[in-house]
Design a protein around this ligand. Structure first.
Ligand code: ADP
Ligand code: MG
Length: 238
């Protein structure tokens, strides 16, 4: 569960083609990083997969099912937003439970899933606190908890660490990698930070002006960058 296939996915805003027709396969359980400079279309591509934007043409498949016309809530994906998207007046417990309450799950199921997410994220002791009483890293974990409780087929992260300081970012990077090892769920992670890409990814997709320059493992990209753009971006010695 969690294999995502893009087939000639294309997006134009008005006259501007932000994503020229693009093919991509993301395997079940893979940690896939979209990397590229600001404005290259990373967020747009993620939002197309999430269903938050409609494709202009092309198809998106998840686990063999055509989801191109399926609304975001029914795609079985969970988007992780930056921690500032938390509700300050709600406890951690209620923040994490929020998507499940919206989906109308019963109380016991909500409690079970929140307890599991809190355990996985080491947040059990903080469930009755409010976001303002937590550290930046703990707040980011609550934002991730909100995605975990949905038991998605894949997690979609859009630069989740960009508002954290450098030291915290390194710690959270390790935590997200560890979470991936534990859950073994597909993750798509968007960043403009090549160090994040190189340290976290199974597969890196290098984007430039909406086009894929290269797809490969960190080692493949480092050893054999296809062109100067990739070499420059990944920092390999071509
Ligand atoms: P990234 O996440 O890589 O920084 P984005 O996907 O946010 O890039 O943006 C890619 C390009 O698409 C940018 O030129 C941006 O201005 C444009 N763009 C993004 N969203 C919209 C929109 N809703 N309407 C018009 N242009 C947009
Ligand atoms: Mg972006």
């Amino acid at each position: 569960m969690g294999r995502i296939v893009l087939d000639k996915v294309n997006k134009t805003f008005g006259e501007v083609e932000v994503i020229p027709p693009l093919d991509l396969e993301i395997e079940d359980g893979e940690f896939c990083v979209f990397v590229g400079p600001s404005g290259c279309g990373k967020s747009t591509l993620l939002r197309l997969i999430a269903g938050l934007e409609d494709v202009s043409s092309g198809r998106i498949e998840i686990d063999g099912e055509d989801v191109t016309e399926v609304p975001p809530a029914k795609r079985g994906l969970a988007m992780v937003f930056q921690s500032y998207a938390l509700y300050p007046h709600m406890t951690v417990r209620r923040n994490i439970a929020f998507p499940l309450r919206m989906a109308g799950l019963d109380r016991e199921e909500i409690e079970r899933r929140v307890a599991h997410a809190a355990e996985v994220l080491n947040l059990t002791a903080y469930l009755d606190r409010r976001p303002g009483q937590l550290s930046g890293g703990q707040r980011q974990r609550v934002a991730i908890g909100r995605a975990i409780v949905r038991e998605p087929r894949a997690f979609l992260f859009d630069e989740p660490l960009s508002n954290l300081d450098a030291a915290l970012r390194v710690g959270m990077r390790l935590e997200i990698s560890e979470l991936h090892n534990r859950l073994k769920t597909t993750m798509i992670y968007v960043t403009h930070d090549q160090v994040e890409a190189m340290t976290m990814a199974d597969k890196i997709v290098v984007l430039n002006a909406g086009r894929i320059e290269q797809v490969g493992s960190p080692l493949e990209l480092y050893r054999a960058p296809r062109n100067l753009f990739v070499a420059g971006f990944i920092g390999s010695p071509k």
